[in-house]
Write a protein that binds this ligand. Structure first.
Ligand code: NAD
Length: 256
């Protein structure tokens, strides 16, 4: 398939995991990809991988919690490739597994700043550009934690429920301006996200066998490529009448 020839795609958190898989998938279908991440080495590595496969990509370092930095990423996309057609606002972290009463205020603010404000900052920069050029499509990364509560993940759950709500709101605001806005809600996916948690909060040390995190009817974790294929569908004309939804990509977890 070559659904994104001559399109420009921006992916945040593209240095690893779901973002990397999406950047590579969109590039493999013809998009010019702006790979953005706070981790320069990982981001540059993704660009090298895309170029080695014959694709086109540019790395832009940015912290999504900094709205001016996100604005600059969008400007680089326009300056480099002439448009911004697709955006995947994906960067996110976990700070650890703690009851609400034990969440540290700094952890609360850091996580909400990246996972929720970062998605708002992305859309704030992307939506006007897409409207002005005549259309575009945005996919945000939510989570199963955006659909149900999960004990021990209060700040993460709050951030991801916020992403679902922002997605619906942006979809309504731009429905008649040719910009579609959707989200994916990944179930457990084999990525590096546990690296971002504070030391001492390794979930493998916690009794999570009864939590939604480990309760996947299909009985396995996802490969990041299984997220990327759904993001690519939502970004494509195959999803031309889909806006404002959050699609669980979770091996049946949300149905259980
Ligand atoms: P990951 O850690 O493998 O990748 C996340 C990337 O985001 C990393 O490259 C990291 O450097 C980058 N990043 C972190 N903070 C950033 C910041 N402030 N600014 C810019 N980039 C930043 O993790 P992942 O699992 O691929 O996570 C991607 C998204 O998927 C996140 O929003 C996460 O909440 C969501 N998610 C993951 C899972 C899972 O099981 N892995 C499940 C549901 C949702």
């Amino acid at each position: 398939m070559d659904r994104f020839t001559d399109k420009t795609a921006l992916v945040t958190g593209a240095g690893s995991g779901i973002g990397r898989a999406t950047a590579e998938r969109l590039a493999s279908e013809g998009a010019n990809v702006v790979v953005s991440d706070i981790d320069d080495d990982r981001g540059e590595d993704v660009v090298a991988s895309i170029e080695a496969d014959g694709g086109s990509a540019t790395f832009v370092s940015a912290n999504v919690a900094d709205s001016e930095a996100v604005q600059r990423v969008v400007e680089v996309a326009i300056d480099t490739y002439g448009s911004l057609d697709i955006a995947h606002n994906n960067a996110g972290i976990l700070t650890g597994f703690q009851d609400i009463t034990d969440i540290d205020e700094d952890d609360w603010e850091q996580l909400i700043g990246i996972n929720l404000k970062g998605v708002w900052a992305g859309m704030k920069a992307e939506l006007p550009v897409m409207e002005e050029q005549g259309g575009g499509v945005i996919v945000n990364t939510a989570s199963e934690a955006g659909l149900v509560g999960m004990g021990g993940l209060g700040n993460y759950v709050a951030s991801k429920h916020g992403v679902v709500g922002l997605t619906k709101t942006a979809a309504i605001e731009y429905a008649n301006r040719d910009v579609r806005v959707n989200a994916i809600a990944p179930g457990p996916t084999e990525t590096n996200i546990q690296e971002t948690m504070a030391s001492g909060s390794d979930p493998r040390e916690l009794p999570f066998d009864t939590s939604a995190m480990s309760d996947v009817p299909m009985g396995r974790n996802a490969d990041p490529a299984e997220m990327a294929s759904v993001v690519a569908f939502l970004c494509s004309e195959d999803a031309s009448f889909v806006t404002g939804v959050t699609i669980p990509v979770d091996g049946g977890q949300a149905a259980d």
